[in-house]
Every structure is written in structure tokens, then in C-alpha cells.
Write a protein that binds this ligand. Structure first.
Ligand code: NAD
Length: 347
């Protein structure tokens, strides 16, 4: 079992290992006392893993309810968010109580926002059940729902008080959804750790999974500790994401986040190299890493089409946008450019 500490506006542990969900009831009781717990989960995860989480709450005699919503990105919406808030109110939850996000990034983002909003803030525990959520979305406190105009446009920073990454939960994931998480792992390799990138490029995953997750969380934690509110260094975590968000939006969220990130990382690496922004050519190694991990290397849209979907991106302001340039594998930098210049690059 590995524990990574996050020291942001809240300090908390990310505990990674086999059967870490067994800690749920004991940890909640020791942190918050005899509180009520609302497990928030999608219909897939509810059928597979909710019973196990409930068992560990029952063992500590903690009262609980479960809110279940339809799985998929389309549920990361203001409508489902408000259904959840109404559910909490009609079941008389108070601000001393706890929300447990049991699921992938959609569940974590939605639940994190609800936890910040309900009665101006209740406790939050994340139990990520996809690889993507373990290495990325459950840590760092970004929460959001999507608006019609774009991804993640309504949200707040809200750190959890505990994150339990239970490797056994990953056993029920399809290889497709596991691969989506590998896109974020590859991202960490490109932005911060050549050794991690090499391990992943060689496909040496299963044997090293606990260590790989812990390494990704450590990289994220170090960045978040320095720049929790995304005004500087944290933007490095957005490598490939500006174009990824456009791809997701253009596909009406049919292309999942991880695959869109894979396409976005490759496109921005190609653009960076072609325009002399990168000191080393990275795209060939990124292609190898993506192929080894069953991720796409072609994008169904022209880059010129992606610009219009990117205009609304959170990473753009006052006519400028931040893009993340891979200098070489293991090192990226932030480059601020005018939107007009970005448009030209994509054209
Ligand atoms: N907050 C952040 O910092 C951050 C970072 C990266 C991504 N994200 C967000 O995360 C979301 C993507 O997350 P995701 O890929 O986990 O998607 P997801 O939550 O939609 O999960 C993908 C699918 O896997 C299923 N699933 C989840 N756990 C399972 C399990 N253990 N076994 C079987 N099926 C399971 C879900 O029901 C769903 O159908 C996007 O909305 C993205 O914007 C947020």
C-alpha cells in the first residue's frame, strides 16, 4: 500500500493499494464522527461496487443513502447536479455529513461540486474506480459540470478530505476504459517523468500498477501544492487538453476524455515540432506509447475545425490561450499565445 500526501488548502492522504475501500467506514468515523453518508455513483459502478462500500459503512454503524445516476459524460450536467442537491435536501443531509464519490471522473467531478455547493460545503471522500480517476481527477480538487457551451465551464476548486484508490475496483474495467486512463499516465510521463514514460511505452503496466498510480499522484500533488488554483505551473497538467476538450465537444461527448487526450497530445506535439517550439521531436515516441496502450493516433476532425470549439476553453482569456509545449519527453513548458495565432497554427 502506498500513501501520497497532498498539502493544498486542505491536507489529505491518497491511499493506493488492494482493498483500500475497507478503510472507508473507519476513516469516516475517525475524521467526522457519527455522520450520515451519501454515496454518489453511476448505474454501472452501483451494480459492481456499491455493496462493498456499503458493507464497510455498516460495519461502523454509519447511516447511508445512495444516489445513482446514468453513467456517462452526459450526466456531468447542471440537471444531474441539481437532482443530487435535491436528493440531499429531501433526505435531510446536513453540512456535517459526508459525500462519497464512488466512480470515475464523471462521478468525482459532479460529486465534488455538489459537496462544495450543498449548504455551502459538506465533507468529501473520493473513491475513484477508473484508472483515469485514480491518477488524475480524484486528486487536486477540480470539480465541474459541463455547459452547452463547453466542458467543465461551471465548477469550483474543492479538495477532498481523503482519496481511497482500491486496485481491486479496476478488475471490472473494460480494456477500453482502462486505456483511457493510460492516456493521462502518458501525459504525466511527457510533462514530468521520462522513466515513467519509458515504462508505459514498453507496456509494462500490470506488474507496476500500484507504483505507476502512486507516481502519477505524486507528480500531480507536487504541482497542486505549488499552484492549487491553476494560475501557473498547474497548467502543465493540461498538456493535450485544449484540443482534447474540443474533440470531446465536437463528438457530442461520444469520444471519451482519455481518447481525446491521446489525440490532443499527439496533435499539439506535431504542431509544436513543426513550428519550432519543441527542442526535441516527441511525436514518434508518443505514437509508440499510445499504440502500446491501445490508444488512438488519428483524430476524426481537422485541426482547423477544432479551433472554434477551443475558443470557449477555460484556458483562454483576453484574446490569449495557454498551450503546453513538449520540450522533450519528461519536460513541458507553458506558452501563452494570441487566439489569432493559435488559429493560424491549427490552420
Ligand atoms: N477533475 C479533474 O482534475 C479531472 C481530470 C481529468 C479528467 N476529468 C474528467 O473525468 C471524466 C472522465 O473520467 P472517466 O474516464 O473515469 O469517465 P467516467 O466516470 O464516465 O467512467 C467511464 C465509464 O466507466 C464506468 N466505470 C467506472 N468505474 C468502473 C469500474 N470499476 N468497473 C467497470 N466500469 C466502471 C463508468 O460507469 C463509465 O461508463 C471527464 O469528465 C473528465 O473531464 C477531471
Amino acid at each position: 500500500m502506498e500513501t501520497v500526501k497532498v498539502n493544498a488548502s486542505k491536507e489529505y492522504d491518497v491511499i493506493i493499494g488492494q482493498n483500500t475501500v475497507a478503510l472507508l467506514g473507519k476513516k469516516i468515523k475517525s475524521f467526522f464522527g457519527d455522520v450520515n453518508v451519501c454515496i454518489v455513483t453511476d448505474d454501472n459502478v452501483a451494480a459492481l461496487h456499491a455493496e462493498k462500500a456499503v458493507k464497510y459503512l455498516d460495519e461502523e454503524n454509519l447511516k447511508h443513502k445512495t444516489f445513482v445516476f446514468p453513467n456517462g459524460e452526459k450526466s456531468k450536467s447542471p440537471e444531474v447536479l441539481f437532482e443530487l442537491l435535491e436528493f440531499l435536501a429531501s433526505n435531510h443531509f446536513s453540512r456535517k455529513d459526508v459525500l462519497v464519490a464512488l466512480g470515475g471522473g464523471v462521478t468525482g467531478d459532479l460529486t465534488g461540486l455538489a459537496a462544495a455547493m450543498y449548504m455551502r460545503g459538506m465533507h468529501l471522500v473520493q473513491i475513484p474506480t477508473t484508472l483515469l480517476a485514480m491518477v488524475d481527477s480524484s486528486v487536486g480538487g477540480k470539480t465541474a459540470v459541463n455547459l452547452k457551451a463547453g466542458k467543465n465551464l461551471a465548477g469550483v476548486f474543492n479538495q477532498p478530505e481523503l482519496v481511497l484508490c482500491d486496485l481491486q475496483m479496476l478488475l471490472t474495467l473494460s480494456s477500453e476504459i482502462f486505456a483511457d486512463g493510460m492516456a493521462e499516465v502518458i501525459k504525466y510521463g511527457v510533462i514530468a517523468d521520462k522513466n515513467l514514460f519509458e515504462t508505459v511505452k514498453e507496456g509494462d503496466i500490470a506488474r507496476n500498477l500500484e507504483k505507476i498510480i502512486a507516481r502519477c499522484v505524486s507528480i500531480k500533488s507536487a504541482i497542486v501544492n505549488e499552484d492549487e488554483f491553476d494560475t501557473g505551473k498547474r497548467q502543465l497538467l493540461n498538456f493535450g487538453h485544449t484540443l482534447a476538450h474540443s474533440i470531446e465537444k465536437m463528438s457530442n461527448f461520444e469520444i471519451p476524455h482519455g481518447k481525446a487526450v491521446a489525440m490532443g497530445m499527439l496533435l499539439i506535439s506535431e504542431i509544436s515540432w513543426k513550428n519550432g517550439f519543441s527542442s526535441e521531436r516527441c511525436q514518434d515516441e508518443i505514437v509508440d506509447a499510445l499504440l502500446e496502450n491501445n490508444l488512438p493516433i488519428t483524430c476524426p476532425y481537422k485541426t482547423s475545425e477544432l479551433y472554434y470549439a477551443a475558443e470557449n476553453d477555460k484556458k483562454s482569456s483576453s484574446g490569449k490561450i495557454s498551450i503546453i509545449i513538449p520540450e522533450k519527453i519528461g519536460q513541458c513548458r507553458i506558452m501563452n499565445i494570441a487566439l489569432a495565432e493559435f488559429k493560424e497554427l491549427l490552420e
